[in-house]
Design a protein around this ligand. Structure first.
Ligand code: ADP
Ligand code: MG
Length: 256
């Protein structure tokens, strides 16, 4: 059974601003195939987070509709997991406590709950650190806990909003491999916001590029390339796309 089919159909999103309504997202259509990995890239303020928040059910579109497997998304649910740049862990819970807390609403028996949380932590390589508190963990480890907490649920869809934006370059590389591993195991549909073109090229099957605010999707690339990716080894395909995306993001730089 293939689950996690997201259809965003002609939605636009407005917020009340001080000087009247602000269009945060121009009419946007985006269909995400079950189990696909799509990167979303665009200038700051173009509406990337707004689009994610709409799919996560935090924000309602002013027009248009969003469905998951044919059912309209009307609010947050366990079907859609969310990971932000700030790890959003509870500081008063251990790593294990954070994962367990997230799972509580599944209503599992205590032993099973514990087992599932430990399995999720083991999957992200944190079995040895389960009893540590967030302040005892590095940024990368905190984000591993957040990933474990979200995937432990078995969400059909994962919204990741610049999840590795606060990490150093070396940690990012490790997190990329980890994420691809976990995604290939769980096969959730991923939408991954980044402002790093290389990150998009290394991770995604598809890259959607948004315009300046109010954003809409202006380019849609498909990357049918094996993993693990390498900009050097797959330069022939990746570098021309990289150049194009950079000039779309910084139109003034590409003028002679
Ligand atoms: P991005 O994630 O691409 O940087 P956002 O989706 O966060 O952009 O924001 C898009 C636009 O919508 C921005 O102009 C932002 O100021 C505005 N916006 C986002 N959230 C709100 C809100 N809750 N209230 C008012 N304006 C908002
Ligand atoms: Mg954002």
């Amino acid at each position: 059974m293939s689950q996690g089919h997201v259809r965003v159909d002609d939605i636009s999103i407005r917020f009340k601003g001080k000087q009247g309504p602000v269009t945060a997202l121009a009419p946007t259509t985006l269909h995400l195939a079950p189990g696909s990995f799509t990167a979303l890239i665009g200038p700051s303020g173009c509406g990337k987070s707004t689009l994610m928040n709409a799919i996560a059910g935090f924000v309602r579109p002013a027009s248009g509709a969003i469905t998951l497997d044919g059912r309209e998304i009307t609010g947050p649910s366990a079907d859609v997991g969310v990971i932000f740049q700030q790890y959003a862990l509870f500081p008063w819970f251990t790593a294990l406590g954070n994962v367990t807390f997230g799972l509580k609403r599944l209503g599992l028996p205590k032993a099973e709950l514990h087992e599932r949380a430990m399995a999720a932590l083991a999957e992200v390589g944190l079995a040895q650190h389960a009893r540590k508190y967030p302040q005892e963990l590095s940024g990368g480890m905190k984000q591993r806990v957040a990933i474990a907490r979200t995937f432990a649920f078995g969400p059909k869809v994962m919204m990741m909003d610049e999840p590795f934006g606060a990490l150093d370059a070396q940690t990012r590389v490790v997190m990329h491999d980890l994420l691809i591993d976990i995604w290939q195991k769980h096969r959730a549909t991923v939408l991954f916001v980044t402002h790093d073109v290389d990150e998009a090229l290394l991770l995604a099957d598809r890259i959607c590029v948004m315009s300046q605010a109010p954003g809409r999707i202006i380019r849609d690339y498909r990357l049918d390339l094996p993993r693990p990716r390498s900009l050097r080894a797959q330069a022939e395909v990746l570098l021309p796309i990289r150049e194009e995306i950079i000039s779309l993001l910084h139109p003034s730089h590409s003028k002679p």
